[in-house]
Write a protein that binds this ligand. Structure first.
Ligand SMILES: [Zn+2]
Length: 260
């Protein structure tokens, strides 16, 4: 009798989907493997999604049931905003994830990738009304640029998706109170870089506040100066490109099965 808990990787979709879809699937598989390496995921839960460049009303997302260490390019499910799936899989998308990732990608055609995770330090910060404090260089860059969204229960209800979009506004980083983090990007690399920055800020804040010592915060004008400096350096181009190449090399070294 075969063990039903053993997952059999699906047949590779390489060459069976468009080159653009395959590249997106491989890039997203890198994200899951690196997110797992960083300890971002909550077992099989949490979700990352990316719009397909050549079929922009469809996106790929992780099936609920797979650990992020075993995610592959071919195991991601292609879906549309109406909830129709186009990839054969023994798993389904998580209902809450499907709900709000769909809403963001549908209502914000300028964004192409959404990350949602709840690592420990982010849940800690999301439960303290300070929100994100400017305690270091990373959080100075995010000063005034983090959006917040109240906890409303499991995000299964259709009305919550547009509310998340409204609360996000023009920012690319969000703390969901009593819940976790959400970042978006114009590219996969940008959403990943945004999440790395926000997750690291939460780690730092949790440790700083636990010291119970007087806190030195970065003054508002210095936060704004640093933000202007970074804008001058990159002229607002999507971030994270070089980091993403390094992530791909790391994924390759850790376990090249991600690209199957
Ligand atoms: Zn969540």
């Amino acid at each position: 009798m075969p063990d039903s808990s053993l997952f059999h990787q699906p047949e590779s979709l390489e060459g069976k989907v468009s080159d653009a879809e395959w590249q997106t699937r491989v890039d997203m598989a890198v994200c899951y493997r690196i997110a797992y390496h960083f300890g971002w995921n909550d077992t099989i839960h949490n979700h990352l999604s990316a719009r397909l460049p050549d079929d922009p009303e469809k996106f790929v997302m992780n099936p609920q049931g797979l650990g992020w260490h075993e995610m592959t390019a071919s195991s991601l499910i292609k879906s549309d905003y109406a909830g129709k799936d186009y990839t054969k899989s023994e798993f389904r998308l998580a209902p809450a994830g499907r709900n709000f990732h769909s809403a963001i990608l549908k209502l914000r055609p300028d964004l192409n990738c959404v990350f949602h995770i709840h690592p420990l330090s982010s849940v800690v910060v999301s439960a303290t009304r300070d929100g994100l404090l400017p305690l270091d260089q990373n959080s100075a860059m995010l000063y005034g640029r983090v959006s917040y969204h109240d906890y409303e229960g499991l995000a299964d209800e259709a009305e919550e998706g547009p509310r998340i979009v409204e609360h996000l506004g023009d920012n690319q980083h969000m703390i969901m109170w009593n819940h976790g983090l959400l970042t978006v990007g114009r590219t996969v690399a940008e959403a990943m870089a945004n999440m790395n920055a926000l997750a690291r800020c939460c780690d730092n804040q949790m440790h700083v506040l636990s010291l119970n010592r007087p806190i030195e915060m970065v003054p508002e004008e210095i936060c704004k100066k640093a933000q202007d400096q970074i804008y001058q350096r990159y002229q607002g181009a999507p971030g994270g490109t070089l980091e993403f190449k390094a992530y791909r090399r790391l994924a390759e070294k850790l376990d090249p099965s991600y690209r199957t």
